[in-house]
Design a protein around this ligand. Structure first.
Ligand code: MSP
Length: 518
């Protein structure tokens, strides 16, 4: 496994909007996974970026009285800043207005034309600008005022569109897609989403309009620049661009394609799990290995929307609760894949219950006892009894459990597993009462504190992907070298060295108890 490439992507974000909690969430999930895989020795390539073309952006720019490029530049920078300010560890940031991307998407188009997958026709049908998607009449929903709405839950109105258009022969791909899903059962996750996609494909596919002529903000069709490419064919191709495509001999392409994981929200699964593999197979390029569709957040039980004025700004959240606390909450609170509700009460409960009283308290108690009673040095253990060995074994084996959960993108289960070890350690500390041993059996006390410090070392190592700052501070307090923090150092591979001087302990997860913050 070591050194094996791992390529994962976020969706690229529309620049008609400013970053909100939904964007931060998708990237956060990828960040935790990217960090985990790096610590586990994988050669990770983690991509995020912005989706800058299309009618929606053109309209937003017109409304703001600026050019689409100016709008794109301004808002793309905000997404780039968000990644930096949230501490995300993406390796690249792609923009669909960049030359490297325009080259890639035009090449993919040519490849599709060459293979007879694209033909010129005329489109007439319903289009939702909000979703940048076409819908069949039977899919549409009647709105309260009789207006026809897209079936995506976005509440967006559709408009009738009639224009010459290039088409992709999607109708010919149904059986091949179904076979692909069958041969690759892990391609779409979670399982319930996989079933939805399969029944959509079984329902029959229509050829897909892949160019527009009534606006101009997009990549021109090669040899027919009156046509602008459909924004989704443009956008999806970003995942290839970043590897070096169309240069199929480039290191990046050879190493990282096909992608290991496209992380997406449930609303854009169809594009990634149906259109994208069809485009790729149609162009003779291997499809990605997996697409995971996560759920949506609501705010205190309400759908998040600009008109309700309840959009959650990730900066506010972090300022209020802390970066690690927000990361932990979002990944632990909701079974990944389900919808989740953001509430102040739940946020505080998680941060205090699991972090301050759980991991933080265990580390603080243990390190303070060591500081006071062991001359501020890693204590030397005597012979280990069965309960010592059991706790160390549990902590050392955590990684095996986590690998399974992370490969399945079950972040909540990974964190549950870590917290289960923390509560075992809490039980162990109470049962062994090292503070009492100080007077009766200082040799045993040293053993107990060593076992606890080792357990904390293991817990902090595996928490790095989830709460990187706090985990790093705990490792600092255990005097662990920066170079000794990867997953090869877990368990018996590298125990704490007795006699190592330890700095004065400091709490890493403050309790959130300021009522004014509510
Ligand atoms: N530009 C397209 C993606 C192209 S990928 C080739 C797009 N952009 S988006 O900016 O509208 O949305 C990006 C992501 O944010 C989606 O995965 C979407 O599911 C996610 N979210 C938007 N609102 C959300 C919540 N309220 N909760 C969780 N995620 C949400 O779609």
């Amino acid at each position: 496994m070591a050194g094996e490439p791992y390529y994962l992507t976020t969706p690229i974000y529309y620049v008609n909007d400013v970053p909100h909690i939904g964007h931060a969430y998708t990237t956060l999930a990828c960040d935790a996974l990217a960090r985990f895989m790096r610590l586990d020795g994988r050669d990770v390539f983690f991509l995020t970026g912005t989706d800058e073309h299309g009618q929606k952006v053109e309209q937003a720019a017109a409304a703001a009285g600026i050019t689409p490029q100016a709008l794109a530049d301004k808002n793309s920078a905000r997404f780039r800043d968000l990644a930096r300010d949230m501490g995300y560890s993406n390796d690249d940031f792609i923009r669909t207005t960049a030359d490297r991307h325009i080259r890639a998407v035009q090449q993919l188009w040519r490849e599709l034309v060459k293979r007879g997958e694209i033909y010129l026709g005329k489109y007439s049908g319903w289009y939702s600008v909000r979703d940048e998607a076409f819908f069949a009449e039977k899919e549409l929903i009647k709105g309260p005022n009789g207006k026809l709405l897209a079936p995506t839950g976005t509440g967006a109105e559709v408009e009738w569109v009639e224009e010459p258009s290039y088409f992709f022969r999607l109708s010919a791909w149904g059986d091949r897609l179904l076979k692909f899903y069958d041969d690759n059962p892990g391609f779409i996750a979670p399982e319930s989403r996989r079933n939805e996609v399969i029944s959509f494909v079984k329902g029959g596919l229509q050829d897909l309009s892949v160019s527009r002529t009534t606006f101009s903000w997009g990549v021109p069709v090669p040899d027919d620049p009156a046509h602008i490419m459909y924004v989704w064919i443009d956008a999806l191709t970003n995942y290839l661009t970043a590897t070096g495509y169309p240069d199929e001999t480039s290191d990046g392409y050879r190493k990282y394609w096909p992608a290991d994981l496209h992380m997406v929200g449930k609303d854009i699964l169809r594009f990634h799990a149906v259109y994208w593999p069809a485009f790729l197979m149609g162009a003779g390029v291997a499809p990605p290995k997996r697409v995971f569709a996560h759920g949506w957040w609501t705010n205190e039980g309400q759908k998040i929307s600009k008109s309700l004025g309840n959009v959650i700004d990730p900066y506010d959240l972090v300022a209020k609760y802390g970066r690690d606390q927000v990361r932990y909450f979002m990944l632990r609170e909701v079974p990944f894949g389900n919808d989740g509700d953001f509430s102040h009460a739940a946020m505080v409960q998680r941060a205090n219950g699991d972090l301050a009283n759980g991991i933080g308290n265990l580390a603080q108690r243990t390190l303070t006892l060591i500081q006071k009673n062991c001359d501020a040095k890693v204590p030397a253990p005597d012979a280990l009894n069965d309960s010592d060995k059991a706790l160390l074994a549990r902590a050392g084996m955590l990684i095996d459990e986590l690998r399974g959960h992370m490969t399945a993108q079950e972040f909540h289960k990974a964190l549950q597993a870590v917290l289960a070890v923390v509560s075992e350690a809490d039980g162990y500390i109470d049962a062994n009462a090292p503070w009492a041993l100080r007077k009766t059996d200082s040799v045993r006390m040293a053993t107990v504190l060593f076992v606890l410090a080792e357990t904390i070392r293991n817990v902090a190592l595996v928490m790095q992907p989830f709460t990187p700052e706090a985990a790093g501070k705990i490792l600092d307090q255990l005097a662990i070298d920066e170079g000794a923090r990867d997953f090869n150092q877990l368990g018996e591979a590298r125990r704490l060295v007795p006699g190592t001087a330890l700095p004065a302990p400091k709490g890493v997860f403050p309790r959130i108890d300021d009522p004014a913050k509510a």
